[in-house]
Design a protein around this ligand. Sequence first.
Ligand code: FAD
Length: 426
Amino acid sequence: MGRAFVYVILGGGVAAGYAAHEFVKRGVPHGELCIISEESVAPYERPALSKGYLLPEDPARLPSFHCCIGSNEEKLTPKYYKEHGIELILNTQVKSADVRRNTLQTATGETISYKILIVATGARPLKLEEFGVSGSDAANVCYLRDMADAERLVNVMQSSSGGNAIVIGGGYIGMECAASLAINKLNVTMVFPEAHCMARLFTPKIASYYEEFYKSRGVKFIKGTMLTSFDFNTDGKVTAVNLRDGSKLPADMVVIGIGIRPNTSLFEGQLTLEKGGIKVNGRMQSSNGSIYAVGDVAAFPVKIFGEIRRLEHVDCARKSARHAVAAIMEPEKTGEFDYLPFFYSRVFTLSWQFYGDNIGDVFHFGDFSGKTFGAYWIHNGHLVGSFLEGGTKEQYEAIAQATRLKPAIEDVTELERQGLGFALSM
Ligand code: FAD
């Protein structure tokens, strides 16, 4: 049993949605493209799962956040794929790939062949078991990556109403889930080993602002320690978490956000891997000329840094997907992907954006007791990164533009004095 397509997108997440949209814009003939996804729904904007999806009132539900709603483009509902002759092969896990034969084998035994393959398999959450702690299967322990996880999280949250929620991990997922749990009136405690939240990006000063804000909403922080084990009741539900510092926290539910691992296993030993992902060139093309990789799974040359990086952010998934399709459909007109890294988050009433790289010396600006503040990162005498909380559209555009220009900074005192005005004047 088998089917053949000219173009196959493997994975049905953010990058898949944007790739499909780009294929349609470039006139892909009906019947030539398929998307294979183990999820049960058409590609959607994954960031909604830790934000609007978890709200107690008027929560976001599909079809409201199908791709490409996050970038104000049309909404790609299942009808869209049908109308444009794109086959959506859902609930289908690909079990193996043979890059010499250009084929994929599904869990149901079907062989799907391609002329061009776009790998958009994203990443999976790291499990506690990978750190020597067991209990991930308990009914009230939640991870958050896909729609099924989000549905489960909502059910657990509702059945733990007014109880204690322990969030393990102080990164994106931990911070956004903690905010949502607090909005849902749970007593939230965040536990993480670092000295402050969002340790990979935030400076201590920036982190302190968010931690104080969270505390004002009732969230507690236990920092510098880790989860070592759970206590369970006779039903196998977690009743408490035990920490390395010897403390025990009663728990009605636990959310784990301790990082992700790219889904590369189908291609290990078949494609060149780097930085944990599939290594691609500036056209998002892997070591096999018929295979492209995009989104969280791709390690690509970030021109502005002059090195290969793998980025785990939605804007990168969107743009790398569009770029790969452009390179496939119009190779002679498509140059190297020139990407300025961009991350954002929204929690409670707060909202921040970051552009570039957080290396070198950092200079804060603005009013840290008010609503708008930020930071610049200076490396080798040049501005390489910018962060802004509470900005307007124009202000965010200004810091993005300033970071892209990488201006030389001769007088850092003057930069600090000008603050946001520096970016706005460029
Ligand atoms: P994904 O969107 O993860 O899609 C991968 C797809 O591949 C999935 O459908 C998966 O089921 C499928 N798949 C994998 N293996 C197989 C297989 N073998 N067979 C079939 N299908 C397979 N980024 C930000 O910049 N800002 C945010 O605020 C933000 N919030 C986030 C909130 C949450 C809850 C999560 C989970 C992520 C968030 N991100 C955010 C990150 C962002 O969503 C990811 O960077 C983005 O989804 C990556 O897109 P992708 O298409 O590469 O992978």
